[in-house]
Design a protein around this ligand. Structure first.
Ligand SMILES: *[C@@H]1O[C@H](CO)[C@@H](O)[C@H](O)[C@H]1NC(C)=O
Ligand SMILES: *[C@@H]1O[C@H](CO)[C@@H](O)[C@H](O)[C@H]1NC(C)=O
Ligand SMILES: *[C@@H]1O[C@H](CO)[C@@H](O)[C@H](O)[C@H]1NC(C)=O
Ligand SMILES: *[C@@H]1O[C@H](CO)[C@@H](O)[C@H](O)[C@H]1NC(C)=O
Ligand SMILES: *[C@@H]1O[C@H](CO)[C@@H](O)[C@H](O)[C@H]1NC(C)=O
Ligand SMILES: *[C@@H]1O[C@H](CO)[C@@H](O)[C@H](O)[C@H]1NC(C)=O
Ligand SMILES: *[C@@H]1O[C@H](CO)[C@@H](O)[C@H](O)[C@H]1NC(C)=O
Length: 817
């Protein structure tokens, strides 16, 4: 939400309500820092209620037809007014009243047929006036008269018609030094006749928008001329190129900043040979541009002469011509131009017209430059292999742009580029790549490599993570549109501590790149139009560590689902995503929505996720608990049964042989160890009576668990004697043995095997539940005590024991002797 508010504050939208033919048409002018932009709004009239503190007002590209008097009366602070590209037919006399500070007035490309006298009065600051491309043909003399009143004028852009002559009044326009002249007829001749009224013009910069004819001596009338721009146009009846070069003859020996010749047509193509170039080198010319002229070739001898003879050339541009396969040869002579700083050879093969250059056998190519060379642009010009390229004398070379050349591979390297700060290799075909391609660029700050198929190259190249490893001063990297699916391992894991801009847009990345920890001042990462669905937690950590970085993320298939909730939460808090309003995501229902709609109501989304998560979870937890409770109940209820069967099972596994009623003992004595003194006496006594009793300590097999021994003992004894005392009832071990015995007894049909000796005074109701449950089957023998004496004596007691132990002896076949 913050972002929306900020944006609104940033661009204050001005709503203008011009009353148009009775109805109100709402228009939006853009106001920033007193610059009012009302262009391209299809306005038919100049709106009222514009902010009067405006310093510039742009009303261009509308449908305004009239400028009424006093329209700008309140706009004292306007310095620049655009009314060009409208349909203005008339301007009233007082139209510009009040524009006291106006410096630049654009009236070009309208339908003006006349200018009222005095229309420019009081525009005492006006320096720039464009009034070209109007319909002032029948009004030429008066137009000139009006313009001649603007004494502050420096630049004038205007139409001329046949028989145009420079007016004598212009001798008073002492500041006028720049003319842009639009000849409105193909018959116009730039010659002596134009100077019938005034011999010399102190113009420094002359721009002719069409040159149907130019005489050899035309420029003689411009003694201060410093810059010439000649556009030829597409509709000239004759080819003026020869005349044009010849007209430079009069500039011989002069200092000139600029000559630009541009925009011819195919049928006017020419060979730039000695007869033309020879007019250029005697001028001390700093900048030469030959653009879009259909030059078919450049005479090598002529160019060599030029390169040696030109003394001041700092900028040479040969662009958009149809020169075939000559670039290499031209470069041979470039070293002769000792003052050259910028060389541009751009797009001279005009796609499809050039023959493929022959593959050269050289593996490395030397280019020798003038020491002064700072910027080299050879773009869209070469169709060849890339070689190992060596630049000589390149100490001052800072910019190398070789973009859009047809290199079949990117196998090669560069030397002599150690001071280059800007390198452009966009548009190459790098599906094959040298890992050391950029190793020579040790001072590189900006790398442009957009649309170079580097994704494929990285995949095909070993150690591609080292591609940039020698350019540690890099600041700005543009790797957009390279079909990169995954960056090579360690690609940005070099100490790029200057790195501040990274454009990875239009690739196929799915994860956020990993950066070296010294990358601290990264400003902007453009990840638009990739294949990222979300950032994982470690990506987010990494972003947070990158400092102030901003991200551009639109055009990714982000997921707005509960799985990416962490990412969405981070997005909602983070203010790093500059284009957050444009970022969309796909929701679980597979519909596409703006991500800010999701994150602005993240609480609801989160709750819906929690219910989604908890519902199955809660259901399963509850069922687990219920199941566990049932198990516990069952376990406690049938604890002993379970234990018993487990034990028997275990013993079976251990190959215990069931004794098949072959008892080794007459009885097993179960007792509490606190009663062991008495039990010992009891045991000895019964023993002496001829019975073999099992007493745990004596007969238990060492190494077996107690439970196992108990079972064994019970199993191998005909009877089990429980010595019931208060102590016994307290001991849980006793009840364990009791339970085991009961189980065993029932299991084997030996319910009568239990003999109970009640030693202490204990009532039947205090007996253990288990015992009570089988009470009717068991034999109970009371030890003589206060209660039953004198009817019960020790002799009687032992007699009862004897009888009990002998009982069933007959029925039991295997009696232990
Ligand atoms: C300007 O007005 C003319 C007719 O008056 C119309 O044909 C033209 O489309 C309008 N142009 C714009 C940009 O509104
Ligand atoms: C014009 O600018 C001056 C200072 O630059 C300012 O004081 C004055 O108010 C402005 N005039 C208008 C109409 O805004
Ligand atoms: C050209 O400029 C140089 C210095 O840059 C100056 O010495 C020379 O006089 C100038 N020549 C002309 C003809 O103005
Ligand atoms: C160009 O430079 C290379 C090495 O930097 C050097 O060996 C060679 O001689 C130089 N060539 C010329 C013509 O200066
Ligand atoms: C990256 O290169 C593309 C294509 O040449 C261009 O549109 C874009 O502006 C460049 N971005 C940066 C940050 O230089
Ligand atoms: C990144 O490059 C793309 C073109 O591939 C371009 O559209 C975009 O504007 C660039 N981003 C920035 C921030 O310049
Ligand atoms: C990105 O990958 C998908 C599938 O992996 C593919 O369909 C798509 O064409 C790729 N896009 C680019 C720009 O390489």
């Amino acid at each position: 939400m913050n972002i929306i508010i900020i944006t609104v504050i940033h661009i204050w939208i001005l709503i203008v309500l011009p009353e148009v033919d009775g109805y109100i048409n709402e228009m939006k002018c853009n106001v920033q820092n007193n610059n009012v932009d009302c262009s391209r709004l299809a306005l038919t009239r100049i709106p009222r209620h514009l902010p009067t503190d405006a310093t510039s007002l742009d009303l261009s590209r509308n449908n305004i037809t009239i400028v009424k008097a006093f329209t700008f009366q309140d706009f004292q602070n306007i310095t620049e007014l655009h009314l060009d590209l409208n349909a203005i037919q008339s301007i009233e006399k007082m139209a510009f009243r009040g524009l006291l500070r106006l410096q630049r007035l654009h009236l070009g490309t309208n339908s003006l047929k006349m200018l009222p006298s005095g229309v420019f009065d009081n525009l005492n600051c006006l320096q720039y006036l464009s009034i070209d491309n109007n319909k002032l043909e029948g009004y030429q003399a008066d137009q000139i008269k009006e313009i001649s009143t603007i004494l502050s004028l420096r630049t004038l852009s205007f139409d001329i018609y046949p028989n145009f002559q420079f007016p004598s009044q212009w001798s008073t326009l002492r500041k006028l030094n720049r003319l842009m002249i639009f000849p409105k007829s193909k018959k116009m001749q730039f010659n002596n006749e134009m100077f019938a009224h005034i011999k010399m013009l102190s113009i420094m910069s002359l721009h002719l928008h069409k040159v149907p004819f130019i005489s050899e001596d035309f420029f003689e009338h411009f003694p201060k001329l410093d810059s010439i721009t000649l556009w030829l146009g597409h509709d000239l009846p004759n080819n003026p190129v020869d005349q044009i070069f010849r007209s430079f003859g009069v500039l011989k020996g002069r200092n000139m900043t600029n000559i630009e010749i541009a925009f011819s047509r195919f049928s006017n193509q020419f060979n730039l040979d000695f007869s033309k170039i020879k007019y250029l080198w005697p001028i001390c010319l700093q900048r030469l541009t030959l653009h879009d002229l259909y030059i078919t070739s450049i005479g090598l001898y002529a160019f060599q002469r030029f390169s040696v003879a030109t003394k001041c050339l700092e900028y040479l541009e040969i662009s958009k011509n149809i020169i075939l396969g000559q670039q290499g040869a031209l470069l041979l002579y470039i070293q002769n131009i000792k003052t050259l700083k910028v060389l541009k050879i751009i797009d001279n093969k005009r796609n499809g017209r050039s023959k493929d250059a022959k593959r050269s056998e050289h593996s490395s190519i030397n280019f020798i430059f003038p020491k002064s060379l700072e910027e080299l642009y050879i773009e869209k010009d070469i169709k060849d292999n890339l070689y190992n390229i060596v630049f000589n004398n390149s100490f001052n070379l800072r910019v190398v742009s070789l973009k859009d050349n047809d290199f079949w591979t990117c196998v090669g390297s560069f030397r002599g580029v150690q001071n280059v700060e800007y390198f452009d290799m966009s548009g190459w075909t790098c599906s094959q790549l040298s890992i050391n391609l950029l190793y020579g660029f040790t001072s590189l700050q900006t790398l442009k490599a957009s649309g170079s198929l580097l994704g494929q190259g990285f995949v095909n190249t070993a150690y591609a993570g080292f591609f940039l490893s020698e350019s540690l001063r890099i600041r700005d990297i543009n790797l957009s549109s390279n079909k990169i699916t995954t960056l090579p391992k360690g690609f940005f894991m070099h100490p790029f501590d200057q790195l501040s801009f990274l454009n990875m847009s239009h690739n196929n990345l799915t994860v956020f790149p990993q950066f070296h920890s010294s990358v601290k001042i990264l400003n902007l990462i453009d990840l638009t139009f990739n294949s990222i669905t979300h950032f994982a937690d470690n990506d987010i950590d990494q972003i947070e560590k990158l400092g102030e970085v901003e991200l551009l993320l639109k055009g990714n298939p982000f997921q707005c689902s509960c799985k990416t909730l962490q990412f969405l939460k981070w997005l909602s808090k983070s203010e790093r995503v500059r284009d957050i309003l444009d970022v969309t995501c796909v929701t679980d229902s597979a519909s596409r929505t703006f991500i800010f709609e999701v994150i602005s109501d993240l609480k609801t989304f989160e709750i819906s996720c929690k219910t989604k998560f908890w519902l199955p979870f809660a259901v399963s937890i509850t069922s687990i608990i219920i199941f566990a409770m049932i198990l516990i109940v069952i376990f406690f209820r049938y604890k002993y049964a379970v234990e018993y069967f487990l034990l028997r099972f275990k013993m079976k596994m251990k190959n215990y042989i069931e004794l098949q009623q072959e008892y080794t003992h007459d009885a097993f004595i179960s007792y509490s160890h606190t009663d062991s003194v008495w039990v010992k006496q009891f045991h000895d006594k019964v023993n002496s009576m001829g019975f073999d009793l099992c007493l745990d300590a004596k007969d238990f097999i060492a190494g077996n668990g107690i439970a196992e021994n108990v079972i064994n003992a019970i199993d191998s004894s005909r009877k089990v004697i429980f010595i019931i005392t208060h102590n016994f009832l307290k001991s849980s071990w006793g009840s364990y043995e009791m339970e085991m015995t009961r189980m065993h007894a029932f299991q084997k049909g030996r319910e009568d095997m239990v003999i109970i000796v009640v030693k202490d005074k204990i009532k039947v109701i205090d007996m253990p539940e288990i015992m009570k449950s089988i009470w009717f089957k068991i034999i109970c023998i009371q030890w003589p005590n206060d209660d039953n004496l004198p009817y019960n004596t020790e002799e009687l007691f032992y007699e009862k024991i004897k009888i009990s132990l002998q009982q069933n002896e007959e029925s039991t076949r295997n009696v232990v002797s």
